[in-house]
Design a protein. Structure first.
Length: 201
């Protein structure tokens, strides 16, 4: 996957600091695709819709175990970063405590922008272990862990990244530049209407 084009780091809990400074590229074994997704509203994040990412952990027993352990503890420590490359946005997470593990979660701007935007709006994401072909609705009761994603500066870059990429998408579908730009702007407005919904308890 090559070097990160842009690093933006954050943290939660007691652990402060950036990602491991020795990390200069993505370890392919850390890449953990999303096999299913959903959204849950919770008072923990003031009624915001928090995306649930069901990850392919079929070859990542360490992540499956990490999620299981988190059902029995109150909190843990992580560092994380966002990166973007073409159509892809990646969320890189280094879990530090209680179990050390790393995950790189790739998301397509064209097909999965709503998940990225929900994470940025809610400042959180649920992670759940799964396998290819599984669907969240069939595994609603499975363990999941809530990962807090405080604002890091990605929010200021995301809108422009979304607009540029979606303009390319619309142009590839035959729209002229001006029309593609307008279509991308409309898509962002429609996206934000969904991701800023708050559920009142």
């Amino acid at each position: 996957m090559g070097l990160w084009k842009r690093w933006i780091s954050g943290h939660y809990g007691a652990q402060l600091g950036n990602l491991n400074p020795r990390r200069q590229s993505v370890d392919p074994s850390d890449v953990t695709p999303v096999v299913s997704d959903a959204a849950l509203a919770t008072n923990i994040v003031e009624g915001a819709l928090v995306p649930v990412l069901v990850l392919d952990t079929s070859v990542r027993p360490d992540l499956t175990e990490l999620i299981r352990i988190h059902q029995h503890i109150d909190a843990g420590d992580i560092v994380f970063a966002w990166a973007a490359n073409g159509d892809n946005v990646q969320l890189l997470i280094d879990f530090l405590r209680p179990v050390e593990a790393s995950a790189v979660i790739p998301l397509s701007i064209e097909r999965q922008a709503i998940l990225v935007d929900m994470m940025l709006q809610a400042k959180a994401v649920y992670l759940q272990a799964g396998k290819p072909g599984e669907r969240f609705r069939d595994h609603f009761s499975d363990p999941r862990v809530l990962v807090e994603l405080p604002h890091t500066g990605m929010e200021k870059l995301w809108d422009n990244k979304f607009l540029r990429q979606m303009e390319k998408v619309f142009r590839s579908r035959g729209l002229r530049r001006a029309d593609a730009s307008q279509a991308a702007s409309t898509a962002l407005v429609d996206l934000r209407k969904l991701t800023t919904i708050r559920i009142q308890s």
